[in-house]
Every structure is written in C-alpha cells, then in structure tokens.
Design a protein around this ligand. Structure first.
Ligand SMILES: Cc1cc2nc3c(=O)[nH]c(=O)nc-3n(C[C@H](O)[C@H](O)[C@H](O)COP(=O)(O)O)c2cc1C
Length: 408
C-alpha cells in the first residue's frame, strides 16, 4: 500500500519514526512528508533512512513529477502524526502552503490524524471546532491519549502510541468488520415531542446524532437495523435512510415510539434505546391553540402524566437471548456522582448495558463528540468511550458483542 505519513512540528515527531518503521516492516511503501517545523525535531536523513524513500518538505522540489499533487493522488492512506494544533487548523481550512497541505488536498484516500499538543491547546474552542470539522469530513482521529506531556504536566494531549496509530489507520483502510452480521437490531434515536396543542409541544434537545451513529455502526458491521427516529433533522438522518441495511420508521410522541419499538422488539436480537423519550405528556391535549386566556394571570399550569417506561418494559418482556441497551443522560457536576446515578439507574432498569453520559447546556446534545461510561446491570463498568459519536457507537457494539459471547 502507498502510505503518506505527514509529520508536523511537535516533540512527538520522534515517536512517528516508529510509526514509519512499523509500516515499512509490514511491507508498505511509505512516503514521509514533514512540515518545515517537523524537520527541526527530526531531520530528513532519519525519515529517508527509515522510510527508504526520498523526503522533501517543499512544493518546489521534484517539480517535474508534480510532486505537490502526485503524492496525494497516489496515496491509499494518509497518516498525519503528530498533528499539531496548527496543522489541524490548516487542514480544517484547506490551507495548502506546503507539501503536506497540497498532498492533503489532492488525496481522496482515507486520512488518519494523531493529534498531539498541550491540554490547553487541545481544549481551545478553535481546536475543538477544527476537530469537529475534520471529523465531519471523514478524517479519523486517533487519540490524543491522557498522560504525561512535554512540560512535565499531564492531561489529554499526548500522541497515541505508534502501534495504536498504525492499527487504527490500517483498520480504516480495511473497513469495518462484519462482526454483527446476522443480527437483527432495533435502535431508537432523537427526541420525542409531546403535544400541548396543535402548534406547541414539549420537546428536548436531543439531535439524534448518537442514536443514528449507533444504527449506522451496526449496519456497517453487518446487522439488519430497524431505526425508529423520533424528531431528527433530515440532514442528520440522511446517511441512515440511504443505508441498504437500515429501515427507518418515524415516531413523534413517546407513545408512538413505544408502539413502534413494541412491534419490532419481539424479533430483535438487540434493542438500543438511544432516543430521548419524554417522561411526561400533557394530560389533556387541547384541540385548539391555547390562548393567553387559558392562563391564570401570568401563570399557565399544564397537567402532566407519566409516560410508560419503555426501557423497563423492554427488559421485562424481552425474549430469551435478546440484549437490551439503554442510555441515561445525567447532569451531575463530577464523575463520581455521574457514576453513582448511573449505577442506581442501571439497577432500576435492569438493561444489559446502560450508556451513561453527562449532558448540560453545552455537553452531550447536538455536538459531534460524546463521552460515555458503559455499565452492566450489576453496576460494573464494562468500558468507557470518548470521541466522535461513531467511535462511541462502535465501543457500544464491542461491549454488546462481549456480553453476548459471555452469555453463550
Ligand atoms: C519544543 C516545541 C514543542 C512543540 N510541541 C507542539 C505540540 O506537541 N503540538 C503542537 O500543536 N504544537 C507544538 N509546538 C508548536 C509548533 O511547532 C508550532 O505551532 C508550529 O508552527 C507547527 O507547525 P506545523 O504544524 O507546520 O508543523 C511545539 C513547539 C516547540 C518549540
């Protein structure tokens, strides 16, 4: 395979020497493209000797072979490691002021980036936005890991280990495994809307992105998926609607969602309740738009009644061999409390896996990233997952497979 390894100006560049070695050892034709800053950390002779190919940083060298686009056009895979905050920003904007920039714009190959930087730089809103843009465009990010950083401090920002980068990059080229093939899966996604009157509703901020990532991950890994979508934007739903192994059913209210799940759950191997389902509905929905006259002075009181607990019912009525997965969104301030509440909920609901995630004004909903703790019914932590919603979805399916293989 023709692999381009872009190297940028961070201390972790020395670890990328090992990335190149591993790829060469596996028989790949590796072409290193360092930025001008990268060669201040590790020089050209090292890259040339390790990769066994000529290495340049400038678009003005080897012009006869149109090197500034030729490398990108020939590539089957591009890895950028370490990816500095600066290079992530350049990639997100499409800047092409050096050979790595032109190569990245000229390629249609999968791009895998391994960010490395201090925690403050990683958490800066500009970097967060750039990473989101890159993920939306299909760039796969490996890491960064949490650990010791160059200045003696520690936190998220450390480049992943070379073995992990190479394994993740080769897995991207190989495509998803078909380890869910033969399974029938029901996934719910989005937020329900409980009508108040013909024009108003009680809703929530769920975008449906996590549930749809769960459905898509299952379908990509070979499962037949029935996706029940409560309110989800068409744009978010598009990839799922187009997938040959996903059938989409729309549901508006919690009751409609319960009915749609109920019809399909009996024949499913796995049910994942990722939708944000309203706990309460309006007792008496008004046929006419409520006017201000309905209010008592400046207050309007709505009577709410509890909806059925769909997850609890699924657990109660599940057929033998079925795995039930729930999601719990909590807003506690610290990780311990989050886990405590998750454990109590896991015990109450009895789902085989409960994915607990923190939500707040700026977390969880609508964003493209997520962080979850996967709990077993007994409260043990099965795994933690952080990253894009797709990465979280894949971790969830890995956990489900683990549980199902233990049960056999
Ligand atoms: C000793 C040293 C270490 C650095 N490490 C990093 C790093 O790990 N991550 C990062 O984003 N920038 C780091 N920088 C800053 C980058 O080198 C700088 O932003 C540079 O412009 C990056 O250029 P490039 O992305 O074109 O390689 C470091 C700078 C120095 C001097």
């Amino acid at each position: 395979m023709f692999v381009v390894v872009g190297v940028t100006g961070g201390i972790a560049a020395y670890k990328t020497v090992h990335v190149v070695r591993l790829l060469v050892k596996e028989g790949h034709d590796v072409h290193v493209v360092p930025t001008a800053d990268a060669v201040r950390f590790v020089g050209l002779p090292t890259w040339e000797a390790i990769s066994r190919n000529p290495v340049t940083t400038s678009v003005h060298e080897d012009v006869a072979r149109v090197r500034h686009v030729a490398l990108g056009q020939s590539a089957d895979l591009v890895i950028v490691a370490p990816a500095t905050a600066n290079t992530l920003a350049k990639m997100a904007t499409g800047l092409a002021d050096d050979l790595l920039g032109t190569t990245l714009l000229a390629t249609t190959a999968p791009v895998v980036a391994a960010p490395a930087m201090h925690t403050e730089m990683w958490r800066h809103p500009a970097t967060v936005r750039n990473v989101e843009t890159l993920r939306e465009r299909g760039v796969v990010l490996v890491g960064p890991d949490d650990g010791a950083l160059t200045g003696g401090d520690s936190g998220p920002g450390r480049m992943s280990e070379p073995e992990a980068i190479v394994a993740a990059a080769l897995a991207v080229v190989a495509g998803p495994p078909a380890d869910l093939s033969g399974l029938r899966v029901v996934v719910t996604a989005g937020g329900t809307r409980e009508p108040i009157d013909p024009v108003r509703f009680i809703g929530n901020r769920s975008s449906g992105k996590q549930g749809i990532a769960v459905a898509l991950a299952a379908a990509d890994r070979g499962a037949e998926v029935a996706l029940i979508a409560a309110h989800v934007d068409e744009g978010v739903l598009a990839a799922a609607s187009a997938h040959p192994r996903v059938g989409v059913t729309r549901a508006g209210t919690a009751a409609e969602l319960a009915e749609a799940v109920g019809e399909r759950a009996a024949s499913a191997d796995v049910v994942v309740m990722a939708a944000a389902v309203a706990d309460y509905r309006v007792a008496e929905v008004s046929d006419a738009k409520l006017s201000k006259d309905a209010a008592d002075g400046t207050r309007l009181t709505l009577d709410l009644v509890e909806n059925d607990d769909i997850l609890a019912r699924l657990v109660r009525e599940r057929p033998e061999g079925q795995t039930v997965v729930g999601f719990a969104a909590e807003t506690p301030v610290d990780g311990e409390t989050l886990l405590d509440r998750g454990r109590r909920k896991a015990a109450r609901k009895g789902a085989d896996v409960l994915a607990v995630n923190r939500v707040g004004w700026s977390e969880g909903f609508e964003s493209d990233g997520n962080e979850v703790v996967l709990l077993a019914a007994a409260g043990d932590v099965i795994a933690t997952a952080a990253g894009s919603k797709r990465e979280v979805a894949d971790a969830l399916w890995d956990a489900v497979l683990g549980i199902r293989s233990e049960a056999v």
